[in-house]
Design a binder for this molecule. Structure first.
Ligand SMILES: [Zn+2]
Length: 511
């Protein structure tokens, strides 16, 4: 047998490889897994230069793969004023935090704040421009909603963005207004790309700082692969990520989705890149913020057709029942016109999915990419705001599995924190942070949940040959856990810590 660079032994290895589900030892050479076996094989694998790690019975799993996240938004949120529910509980708190930030910034410079969720604020409403003006009238402010699909600007920021009572809504966007005067109240829906044009981008130093913090967070959580689902991604972001990868500041492997137009314009072929960074799906955002679907079903079908015929996988963001239905129909129509086996077209979120839709999704053979941690972080809000009629169809997981939709899991970070173990806990227990349970019929086993963050996530971006299980020939991306999520009582899953993270056979993080 060959001499390994690194051998992890005395481990409880959950391989997620059906050929050999459990093992004690994993040997690595040249960044790849070269042996999976038992402790007594250690002597055959070690040479003079072999590094050996006694895992002391801890659990080794394939590195987590976050199937849907937003890396630059997360990095930037780490530099912004934190207004997430774990940090603020009222609009008054938000004002205080923003006021504090003004001390460090010259008047006129932008203040970015992120993560608010009106449901978890004492006032139970969105902040307005006037609330933000009270905190900082001389700094333009952009306060982004936790979802990333809404934001609030203060008066100075609105005027810099050229948004006034006379402004028409841009396509797909919505300017919330005072009903009598028509004056914008500062709350803007689906207008990120519009607003971001007037905000100076992060400087290179800021970006590097944010990415370093983000990288540390990912690795501390055992995340070794990230699928970036940002619809604004294009060639420019590809180049930015390429640089970040080259500099070593962003260690996890990246699958970069791009907006459907940008991916066509990029000239890059499907799956362009290498194991460190690859081109992912063509992302399309389909929503009904303005009361009707945008893009229209016809436009959607055209976009899916273009990407499909160019050989790309599509990833359609669809939350509302109407959007999920339109996405399923668009994929079905396109496949009827141009059949392709193994297309793996994805629907992201698929938040409300009644039984007839489940069947449509199965017939179109789509993959669902879901966000189990939403149940934990937003479950209380769903229970209070989702209708009784829709509640049973909310963030289904068990049904997706039974229907063969190969669900993969992502965090949608920075919408909620990145921790995959919180997602696994939520998928298994269907519990919100408050302890309330949400549609327990949709529970899955800890093993199935683990699979959604590893094997199924790799499959969802055509990476299953290289990732997602611990088997000979695969990339040596691993996470060592303090306990076995498939063995501990379910309540303890959320307490499991990551002890060590390995990417490409290198130890990149240790507790
Ligand atoms: Zn997203």
């Amino acid at each position: 047998m060959r001499q390994a660079d690194l051998v992890l032994y005395n481990a409880n290895v959950l391989t997620l490889d059906e050929q050999r589900p459990r093992a004690q030892l994993v040997a690595i050479k040249g960044g790849k897994i070269v042996w999976v076996g038992d402790n007594d094989e250690l002597k055959d694998l070690e040479g003079r230069k072999t590094r050996k790690i006694d895992c002391q019975g801890k659990t080794l799993v394939p590195g987590f793969n976050d199937a849907h996240c937003h890396i630059l938004a997360f990095a930037s949120s780490l530099l912004s004023v934190d207004c997430s529910p774990s940090s603020v509980s009222s609009i008054t708190d938000i004002q205080a935090r923003i006021r504090e930030r003004t001390q460090k910034l010259a008047p006129g410079s932008w203040i970015k704040a992120t993560g608010y969720n009106e449901f978890y604020l004492a006032e139970k409403r969105h902040p307005t421009r006037w609330d933000l003006d009270q905190a900082a009238p001389h700094h333009p402010i952009k306060l982004t909603h936790r979802s990333g699909h809404a934001s609030v600007l203060n008066s100075l920021a609105l005027s810099l963005a050229g948004i006034s009572a006379e402004s028409p809504e841009p396509p797909g966007g919505l300017i919330d207004r005072d009903l009598e005067s028509g004056e914008p109240n500062g709350i803007l829906f689906e207008m990120e790309s519009y607003i971001d044009k007037v905000i100076p981008p992060l400087s290179e130093a800021e970006l590097e700082k944010g990415i370093r913090l983000a990288n540390e967070n990912y690795l501390s959580l055992g995340i070794t692969s990230l699928q970036d689902a940002t619809v604004h991604n294009g060639l420019k972001e590809w180049q930015t990520f390429h640089k970040l990868k080259e500099s070593g500041n962003l260690v996890p492997r990246i699958s970069l989705m791009m907006g459907a137009d940008a991916i066509a314009a990029s000239g890059l072929p499907p799956r362009y890149g290498n194991d460190r960074m690859r081109l992912g799906a063509a992302k399309i955002v389909l929503d009904e913020t303005t009361g009707r679907l945008h893009p229209s079903p016809e436009e959607l079908e055209e976009q899916v057709l273009q990407a499909h015929q160019a050989g790309f996988q599509v990833a359609i963001h669809a939350i509302e029942e109407s959007a999920v239905g339109a996405a399923a129909r668009a994929v079905a129509h396109v496949l009827a016109r141009t059949p392709r086996r193994g297309h793996r077209h994805r629907i992201e979120h698929c938040s409300v999915c009644p039984p007839p839709l489940l069947e449509q999704l199965r017939d179109a053979q789509v993959i669902v990419v879901t966000q189990p941690a939403f149940i934990y972080y937003s479950g209380e809000r769903y229970l209070a705001t989702v209708t009784q009629e829709q509640l049973p169809w909310l963030y289904r997981i068990g049904s997706f599995l039974r229907m063969g939709l190969m669900p993969a899991a992502g965090s949608d970070s920075p919408v909620v924190p990145n921790n995959p173990l919180i997602g696994i806990y939520a998928a298994v227990t269907r519990k919100a942070e408050s302890g309330d349970e949400l549609v327990i019929e949709e529970r899955v086993s800890p093993f199935e949940a683990l699979k959604m963050y590893t094997q199924a996530a790799a499959y969802a971006c055509f990476d299953e040959e290289a990732k997602g299980s611990i088997a000979v020939g695969k990339l040596a991306d691993l996470a060592l856990l303090s306990a076995d999520p498939t063995e501990v009582p379910h309540e303890e899953i959320k307490e499991i810590r990551v002890e060590m993270t390995i990417v490409d056979g290198r130890i990149v993080w240790q507790h």
